[in-house]
Design a protein around this ligand. Structure first.
Ligand code: PMP
Length: 424
């Protein structure tokens, strides 16, 4: 196969006619396929069914307390220890919440607006403008949180090593810039792992805002599907060593370890932040669901057992990611009409079409019965400046459906690319 851009006009026209015919065949199949959201498949969820029957001995006492009763707002000590073990932080730095880390993230931003954070001069809602740094492409729900509080989002380009730190360092000299989203391991959607030097630069930022907050969403901290566990830096100690102990909140959950939306979430932060936030949270809840926390402690036990459990997820996920990447490598890469970063973990593949082709590809796919994440969703305000990014979520569909969906995707990318080149 040769690059589409090197074809003569006549050859390109023939390519276009073939792609159009292939597309009509796809449409005739009247498919109904969904590659839009990063949900675990039923097979993955089944891996944790045993958790539901715990505790098997009928005793609901753990850490000297009856988990069925009120108390321990910050979570069961053994569940704090479990997350501390996985994240490499101290149990005293961990707060275990309810079923969603996204809620905890929303909570931190909401409290910054209503009450202010530990070092805020005033609640953010009293400020004329609050700006937030949004590495893009990124996680659409982070951007939705920003939008719902009326914060101005500033897109930060992603590099193969993480956010463009030259841009970040320049922007934090503006006191209206109050924070930054980070998905440091297997970033959503590109599957990038931040390099050590990027992490060191984030930890050592010298923002003008005293209450600048790094929202360190470690959603995919143990989520390799290829190869063994990749260790990651403890962002809390990195920040503390750089004299920024209170600048970061780290988030994680078991949504993609046990049950999505039925697991346990946590944040980790400095002990001073913990004291401050715990006081605010005590106005909101008496305690979170310690019954589920106990089930997770009994099921996941510690870091090693959690990693062994994640390998079972990997066995299910790897063939699906391989199917997607094989199709891309075979059908699109040699033509020079798309590129992507090859992830080793996480839940997504971020595909870049030729500039100006993502919306068209997405529309062609929808018309052929394949649902994808809305185009632009991976950018603040839904605006992909180059109209080229498509997020592929391979985890949920069975592999045969995934292969059919990829056939359609490849045909649509080719057709959109040929249309564009012919129009130039
Ligand atoms: N953060 C990221 C980066 C995610 O991709 C997701 C789920 N897609 C979440 C957070 C949501 O996590 P939770 O279920 O714990 O709210």
């Amino acid at each position: 196969m040769v690059s589409l851009k090197s074809l003569s006009r006549m050859e390109l026209n023939a390519f276009y006619q073939k792609a159009l015919a292939d597309y009509e065949v796809c449409k005739e199949k009247k498919l109904k396929l969904d590659m839009s959201r990063g949900k675990p498949s039923k097979e993955q969820l089944d891996l944790s069914n045993r958790l539901l029957a715990l505790p098997t001995d009928g005793s609901f006492v753990i850490d000297g307390m009856d988990v069925r009763n009120y108390g321990m707002l910050e979570g069961l000590p053994s569940c704090r220890a479990l997350f501390a073990d996985v994240l490499g932080v101290k149990p005293a730095e961990v707060f275990v919440g309810g079923n969603s880390s996204l809620s905890l993230m929303y909570g931190v931003i909401a409290k910054a607006h209503t009450h202010g954070l530990l070092h805020s001069e005033m609640p953010w809602s009293k400020l004329e403008k609050v700006k937030f740094l949004c590495p893009s492409p990124g996680y659409d729900r982070h951007f939705t949180i920003c939008e719902s509080f009326g914060m101005e989002m500033i897109p930060i380009p992603m590099t193969p090593e993480g956010p463009d730190m030259d841009a970040v360092e320049a922007l934090v000299s503006d006191a209206a810039v109050k924070g930054m989203w980070c998905v440091p391991k297997y970033s959503n959607p590109e599957g990038i792992i931040y390099s050590d030097s990027t992490i060191a630069r984030i930890a050592a930022l010298k923002p003008a805002a005293p209450d600048f907050v790094v929202m360190w969403d470690n959603a995919y901290c143990v989520h390799e599907f290829e190869g063994g566990f990749v260790p990651f830096k403890n962002i809390l100690s990195e920040c503390a060593n750089a004299n920024n102990p209170d600048m970061v909140f780290e988030f994680a959950s078991t949504s993609k370890v046990t049950f999505a939306g039925g697991g346990v979430s946590c944040f980790a932060c400095s002990v001073d932040n913990m004291k401050y936030v715990k006081k605010l949270l005590s106005a909101e809840a008496i305690s979170f669901d310690k019954i589920n926390q106990m089930k997770h402690v009994l099921f996941l036990k510690g870091r090693e057992t959690t990693l062994a459990h994640m390998q079972k997820h990997a066995q299910i996920l790897k063939p699906k990611f391989d199917a997607v990447m094989d199709a891309l490598d075979r059908e699109l890469i040699p033509l020079g009409v798309a590129d992507y970063n090859r992830p080793m973990g996480g839940y997504f593949i971020s595909l870049n079409t030729l500039p100006g082709c993502a919306k068209r590809t997405h529309k062609l796919m929808m018309d052929a019965g394949v649902i994808m994440t809305p185009v632009g969703a991976t950018y603040p305000y839904g605006l992909d400046p180059e109209d080229k990014n498509l997020r592929i979520a391979p985890s949920f569909p069975p592999i045969d459906e995934l292969q059919s969906a990829m056939d359609v995707l490849c045909v649509c990318v080719k057709l959109a690319a040929a249309e564009k080149l012919l129009g130039e």
